[in-house]
Design a binder for this molecule. Structure first.
Ligand SMILES: [Fe+2]
Ligand SMILES: [Fe+2]
Length: 342
């Protein structure tokens, strides 16, 4: 494994070196050598950037997504304090390369969990604007607090595996959002709430719950197993919050909300299983033992979640009127708070 790291480092360094040498040769008039070196250097840097992009934009699991102007956003990564609890997994027997892979995987989860906090804050603002009852607002804020704990734990694991003090940085795009215009015709707001609840809440958080539960069953490290079990329980409750918000929208949003539910059901067909990149040097067994599910298992869970979500939502389209339940997602305390994950 160390050999793989060495080769990676050499490639990482050689790209810019070749590019700069190419420029130097060109400036000295050696056009052939200069051009070849520049092209090789630029191509190497481009490939590395592409590989980094593939890994850092891959969905290992999905929770409530922070969408800004239609794009999913996460905080910039930074080094520092403030976003980690005391958890520490077993590191014995792991090579430096395996630790780097696990560190990156948990960094990805940390970014997604951290982004779910402002995502719930945005949902709270929207629910307030539409006059939602207190139980929904309470459940929304409790869910945001769950995500704070999830993010802290994921950062702690990423720091332990990588040996680097990773933390959450800024999300500049959040500050660039224009203030919303006063709602004159609020039918679009109800439609967006219906779509977001079905896709990001019911499906997205439902899938996150299933993935975390299965990953917990397969993980060997007790800290990783407990972390994933708590996340699974919390995400299941967040998915139920998605259904409660959907019920609220259908009860108050009228015909437009019902129409939006039919459109959102069509959009379920376009949802794809998150694709994992192939990571050289580690096999699926190693990833499974460390809480990362193989691609085939992700596909099976996605299919199960899609069918479950579709069946429950279709049932609602056939009822003359959907009544809001007494908020099934509003517990007295979160499961995270009652475990070591604080
Ligand atoms: Fe979460
Ligand atoms: Fe969540």
């Amino acid at each position: 494994m160390e050999l793989v790291v060495m080769i990676g480092l050499i490639i990482l360094i050689m790209g810019p070196v070749f590019f700069v040498m190419g420029i130097v040769y060109l400036s000295r008039g050696d056009k052939v050598a200069g051009s070849i070196m520049s092209v090789v250097g630029a191509t190497t840097m481009g490939l590395l950037f592409w590989a980094y992009n593939v890994i850092s934009h891959t969905n290992f699991s999905k929770g409530r997504v922070l969408r800004l102007k239609g794009r999913a956003r996460v905080a910039r990564r930074t080094l520092g304090e403030g976003w980690a609890d005391e958890a520490s997994p077993q590191l014995e027997g792991l090579t430096p390369y395996q630790r780097t892979v696990l560190g990156e995987a948990w960094m990805y989860s940390a970014g997604m969990e951290h982004a779910s906090i402002p995502a719930f804050a945005k949902l709270s603002l929207k629910l307030s604007a539409l006059g939602a009852p207190s139980e929904l607002l309470e459940a929304c804020h409790l869910a945001a607090l769950d995500e704070v704990r999830h993010a802290r734990r994921c950062f702690a694991l990423a720091r332990a595996y990588s040996g680097l003090p990773w933390s959450a940085g800024a999300i500049p795009e959040l500050g660039q959002e224009r203030p919303q215009r006063p709602i004159s015709d609020d039918s679009d707001e109800w439609s967006r709430l219906v779509r977001g609840s079905l896709l990001d809440g019911c499906l997205g958080e439902g899938l996150a719950a299933s993935v975390a539960a299965e990953a917990s069953r397969r993980a060997c490290d007790p800290v990783v197993r407990e972390t994933l079990a708590v996340i699974a329980e919390d995400e299941e409750r967040h998915a139920e919050l998605g259904w409660d918000v959907l019920a609220f929208a259908l009860e108050r949003g009228g015909g437009k909300a019902r129409q939006a539910l039919h459109q959102a059901l069509d959009a379920l067909d376009e949802q794809r299983t998150p694709a994992l990149p192939r990571i050289p040097g580690v096999d699926e067994d190693f990833l499974s033992r460390n809480g990362l599910l193989p691609q085939a298992e992700l596909g099976r869970l996605m299919e199960e979640c899609l069918q479950r979500t579709r069946a429950r939502a279709e049932e609602w389209t056939q009822r003359p009127r959907v009544m809001m339940p007494p908020c099934s997602s509003s517990p007295n305390s979160s499961s995270s708070a009652s475990t070591g994950m604080t």
